[in-house]
Design a protein. Structure first.
Length: 124
């Protein structure tokens, strides 16, 4: 079995397309990469003007998670309400909440996602 890492650099992680190709995801910390069992840590980038609401209804997860914006602007829809996103803001998304993220038309939206417990990233 391969040794698990304790330090993961973002440029060492393979990018994967999610949400119908609208989001580029990089899984930095999870059970596979580091052995983390209680959470997972991803950096996502959404191209300017796009959103991850490709189903028309948003989506939900069976775990709670949070989002922290690194760069860009946009918004997040959670259970019928829209919240503005900008660098330095964090959002809590409760377990089972219908939600989707969208990027402003000016620049890409780059954000961190932490799932606890881990799980949704395994579908990537």
């Amino acid at each position: 079995m391969a040794e698990k890492k304790l330090l993961v650099k973002i440029d060492e992680v393979k990018e994967k397309l999610v949400h119908g190709g609208r989001v580029r995801a990089k899984i930095l910390i999870d059970e596979e990469t580091t052995g983390a069992k209680n959470f997972s840590f991803l950096v996502n980038t959404m191209e300017a003007g796009l959103n991850c609401n490709y189903t028309g209804e948003g989506h939900s997860h069976d775990v709670e998670h949070c989002l922290y914006v690194l760069s860009g602007r946009g918004g997040i829809y959670i259970n019928g309400k829209i919240y503005n996103l900008e660098p330095g803001c964090a959002v809590f998304i409760p377990k089972g909440a219908m939600h989707y993220v969208f990027a402003d038309v000016v620049e890409d939206l780059k954000y961190i996602i932490i799932y606890s417990p881990p799980g949704p990233e395994k579908e990537i």
